[in-house]
Design a protein around this ligand. Sequence first.
Ligand SMILES: [Mg+2]
Length: 220
Amino acid sequence: MLTVLLFISIFVVFMKYLIFDFDGVIANTFEAYVQFYAEQRKISPEKSTKFIINHVLHNNRPTLIKTVIKNLYLPKLESVILKRQNTLNTDLLNNLRQIKYPKAIVSRNNTKLIKILLSIDQQQLFNYIFGYNNSKSKVAALSYICLQNKVQLDDILFVTDTVGDVIELTGLGTLKKDQILGVTWGFHSRNLLETVLPSAQIMDTNKQLINTIAKICSNT
Ligand SMILES: [Mg+2]
């Protein structure tokens, strides 16, 4: 009996899939977006900040990428982001190496830009890097990953910084709320995230996030 239980538990642990949003979780791009949008629309940084925060409250709005950036503006956004220092959350990326579960990035950013920011070594941490050019929505990307890897949606743990992601991923019942962790170093504050997630699922530091992921994975 014990052997059977052990086998089942090892099997379940093996199935866990960790999926990370990119902007605001792995990359500190908030200020770059504010600067880019303010310059593009010739508006104040305050107005731009408000727009960016509101924009990611819902993922069903026409995306910033589609409405403002498009291919024409991508080089401009690229240069704004690349000129900034310390964009990557390297501490988180380094710590993710210790976590031996399959990982993916599912983002609404441009895949090429994500890959420019990540070194080859960092890219290899992830089995998939999906930007908006690879899938029409985050739900679609998650479904694809599950299908390709024969894992269930129930096995996913998703990490995000925005209310919009939580609404999109739980809206159609794709994920349950307890499969989502929020982080407060991105585009949305703890107060905003608490409108959609329990306080205990919102992380303030990389260390807290890594420890929580490790705990959830070992409990499965
Ligand atoms: Mg984000």
